[in-house]
Design a protein around this ligand. Structure first.
Ligand code: ATP
Length: 248
């Protein structure tokens, strides 16, 4: 289990996260919804060790305390972040990007198996192993970013807005792949603007507003919540409380 307690983060005088409590289990998809600037990226970055948490924060995986650890140690503990903007190496090929993902000591002896899994999940990458990453489409680059993170043998995968800028068709493929990743036993912490599709694949979710968790619960509960429907599911969904969201 990934267990986050008392997580506060400040940028100078600005408090971006205040006393966040959140849990995720392996094999579970947990979505984090919130408006622009609510603190969602800061939450993922703090878990990945990329921004400093206030001293009394606790971020535990399998009872190991990770708050204050270096980012590479957090990867070694089993947490991989796919940042907003993907963070792949544009000048390197697909193959080289995937190889770099397996750099963590925890992943080295599983490199061949992880490689095969990534290509099974994203067959399009298999056709493009020698292609330079930056010449690929946005959707392919996102698949590569997720594939690279999976090469580190994570127990928990953190994703920051993976569907941003992708076409509806590519989004559907992406969410189907995320569902498969969850079903494979990896815990997925998903920050998304696409509330409808992310709630359709997630078991649970949290709503974050100006740095605080304001609502938490099962996806069905969040989908039915009037404030969530108004703010994140759009006017059409809010207008009809009998809508049955897609669960594909
Ligand atoms: P978005 O969806 O727009 O990315 P978010 O929910 O991910 O928003 P964060 O990026 O976590 O929000 O930002 C939370 C708050 O912290 C915002 O008010 C933002 O302006 C501020 N912030 C984020 N990064 C920094 C930084 N490096 N320095 C100063 N303030 C920052």
């Amino acid at each position: 289990m990934l267990e986050i307690r008392h997580l506060s983060v400040s940028y100078g005088q600005h408090r971006a996260l205040a006393d966040v409590v959140l849990t995720a289990n392996r094999g579970e998809i947990v979505v984090i919804l919130g408006a622009n600037g609510a603190g969602k990226s800061t939450l993922l970055k703090a878990v990945a060790g990329l921004v400093a948490a206030a001293p009394d924060a606790s971020i535990r995986i399998r009872d190991r305390e990770l708050a204050g650890e270096e980012p590479h140690r957090i990867v070694e503990a089993g947490i991989a972040l796919v940042p907003e903007g993907r963070g792949i190496f544009g000048d390197l090929t697909v193959r080289e990007n995937l190889q770099l993902g397996a750099y963590a000591a925890r992943a080295r002896h599983d490199e061949a198996r992880n490689h095969a899994r990534v290509l099974a999940l994203f067959p399009r990458l298999a056709e493009r192993m020698s292609q330079t990453a930056r010449t690929m489409s946005g959707g392919e680059q996102q698949m590569l970013a997720i594939g690279r993170a999976l090469m580190s043998s994570p127990e928990f995968l953190l994703l920051d807005e993976p569907s941003l800028g992708l076409s509806p068709l590519v989004c559907r493929e992406l969410f189907a792949a995320l569902k498969e990743i969850g079903a494979s036993g990896i815990g997925v912490l998903l920050v998304e603007q696409n509330a409808k599709q992310s709630l359709a694949i997630a078991q649970r979710g949290y709503v974050i507003e100006t740095g605080r968790i304001t609502l938490a619960g099962k996806s069905e509960m969040l989908r039915a919540d009037p404030a969530v429907r108004r703010a994140y599911l759009g006017a059409a969904a809010a207008a009809s409380s009998t809508d049955t969201p897609s669960t594909d």
